[in-house]
Design a protein around this ligand. Structure first.
Ligand code: GDP
Length: 388
């Protein structure tokens, strides 16, 4: 499936940058176009793979290339004011060749948090292709303003896009690594999952013809209907291939059918019950897509069908799609599970609670400061004599 990707803000830009690299390394065709938008000049300079002409600096009159800090209201205003500059970059994108847009942003900061929902609304108005979001939720250690930004941005972003895929930094925090090193590892995880998912819909005639290849309409249909999505992933290296890769050339008859089926069913379980990009209750997901990738002789049909059935039971949904992604040169079988329309998500509930409390606090702070002001004025009446 071909995407036009727009990285908004620092995190968004870095993830898109990494995605381009991944696509090149894997000879993928997912990133048809990539744009990075930022209010901070230095962040755009730091990118390595997004073409220089597709790096859009917005808000120059307001913040002079220095960024908006963690002020996501300013981020949204600047995006609104300079949307035509982003559109100018999009005008260079062959939109007739893309299946969807993907806007990537960290929701805790200022530029991406404020700007991504504004851009989503704009794209929905102009184009007929689906607009997806990838929203990165900050770790809970980052502090109040980041959580509050994320809570507010999440609510707007999810409304403006056709589907919001969420990645929770909190669930992926690792100890002992520097923040930057940690992000590099996390960004690899994000890109591997999304790369396999969207790459699956990109098998063309001439590539290996598998029995039931996932096509882009299946990805689009799973994401259609809106809401929030999460992605699970598991991989099983094929140890025997290390001896020279001969086994991949063996025909299906040479492989143990039961072993191959079991490998896939257990991969589906691991992917679904292991660490999701956004941890949540699997039960209640409205739709799901199962993609099994690897050498064609390992894409055991019975295993995939059993995995699909198992997902039906786990989610309670009848709308579970599944298929192959043949990758003849890989030495592993990998499984990606996209759960779409998830409802029982503790982290999102937590964010919503933060947003509600913050609103109440703002009321409290306002009424408190009004009361203080009144006190001050009444005090001054009594105690202070006019200076002049
Ligand atoms: P912006 O430039 O104003 O949009 O803000 P940033 O993108 O720098 O930061 C927003 C949030 O994104 C931070 O609070 C972090 O939670 C997260 N973040 C920043 N950089 C990265 C990154 O490289 N990877 C990931 N996964 N998260 C990041």
């Amino acid at each position: 499936m071909k995407l036009a990707m727009i990285g908004f803000g620092q995190a968004g830009g870095k993830v898109v940058d990494r995605f381009i690299e991944f696509d090149r390394q894997t000879r993928g065709k997912t990133v048809r176009a990539a744009i990075a938008v930022n209010t901070a000049k230095a962040d755009l300079h730091g990118l390595e793979h997004v073409p220089p002409e597709n790096r859009v600096l917005i808000g120059q009159t307001r913040v002079k290339g220095h960024g908006v800090g963690a002020d996501n209201e300013l981020g949204a205003e600047v995006a609104q004011e300079d949307i035509e500059e982003v559109q100018a970059a999009l005008d260079g994108v062959p939109v007739h060749e893309v299946d969807a847009f993907l806007i990537v942003a960290g929701l805790g900061g200022g530029t991406g948090s404020g700007g991504a929902p504004v851009l989503a609304k704009h794209l929905k108005r102009i184009y007929s292709e689906p607009v997806y979001g990838l929203g990165i939720v900050p770790s809970s250690q980052e502090g109040g303003i980041y959580t509050l930004n994320a809570a507010r941005s999440f609510q707007t972003f999810v409304r403006e896009v056709d589907n919001l895929i969420v990645f929770d930094n909190d669930a992926w925090r690792s100890t002992g690594e520097s923040v930057e090193g940690g992000y590099a590892t996390i960004n690899d995880e994000i890109v591997r999952r999304l790369g396999l998912l969207f790459g699956a819909g990109e098998i063309e005639t001439g590539d290996v013809v598998a029995e039931s290849v996932v096509d882009s309409s299946e990805i689009i249909n799973t994401l259609a209907g809106g809401g929030v999505s999460t992605i699970g992933y598991a991989v099983d290296p094929l140890g025997d291939q290390k001896k020279g890769g001969l086994l991949s050339r063996f025909s299906k008859e040479d492989l143990d059918e039961v072993d191959e089926t079991n490998r896939i069913t257990s991969l589906v379980r691991k992917a679904t019950l292991g660490r999701l990009t956004l941890p949540c209750e699997v039960q209640g997901a409205e739709r799901a897509l199962l993609v099994v990738a690897g050498p064609p002789n390992r894409l055991n049909r019975k295993g995939i069908e059993r995995g699909r059935k198992w997902l039906e039971e786990q989610t309670g949904s009848m709308e579970i799609r599944g298929g192959d992604y043949p990758l003849p040169k890989e030495n592993a079988v990998a499984c990606v599970v996209l759960l779409s329309g998830v409802t029982n998500v503790p982290r999102i509930k937590e964010l919503q609670q933060v947003a509600i409390e913050a609103l109440e606090n703002i009321e409290d702070i306002r009424s408190q400061s009004e009361a203080n002001l009144e006190d001050l004025l009444s005090d001054s009446d009594e105690e202070l004599s006019p200076l002049f």
